[in-house]
Design a protein around this ligand. Structure first.
Ligand SMILES: Cc1cc2nc3c(=O)[nH]c(=O)nc-3n(C[C@H](O)[C@H](O)[C@H](O)COP(=O)(O)OP(=O)(O)OC[C@H]3O[C@@H](n4cnc5c(N)ncnc54)[C@H](O)[C@@H]3O)c2cc1C
Length: 61
């Protein structure tokens, strides 16, 4: 697994701006697919933007 930065978005516009600013960034929600892809080297992202706390997703953390 390649090293990556992680940030938790406070609101939807922060999440979109963070991913737009980093060419290799991706959203992470539950991670059921993305973490497996990262572990297997099928995906490499320099930054993961956690969208779990966003109210539009129900505010689950
Ligand atoms: C072992 C296993 C079992 C599974 N079982 C099922 C099942 O029973 N039923 C089923 O329907 N699916 C199943 N899946 C598939 C998986 O749950 C789905 O693909 C699900 O949509 C992944 O959601 P996540 O929140 O975990 O996404 P993540 O793994 O966090 O992300 C997956 C992709 O979606 C992108 N993404 C995440 N959040 C957002 C967002 N808010 N906006 C835009 N892009 C975003 C990520 O950047 C990434 O490219 C399974 C997967 C695995 C590995």
């Amino acid at each position: 697994m390649q090293p990556f930065a992680y940030t938790r978005a406070a609101d939807p516009s922060d999440a979109v701006a963070a991913v737009a600013a980093e060419p290799d960034a991706a959203f992470i929600a539950g991670g059921t697919e993305l973490v497996n892809w990262l572990q297997d080297g099928l995906a490499n992202h320099s930054l993961l933007v956690d969208v779990n706390a966003l109210s539009m997703l129900g505010g689950r953390v």
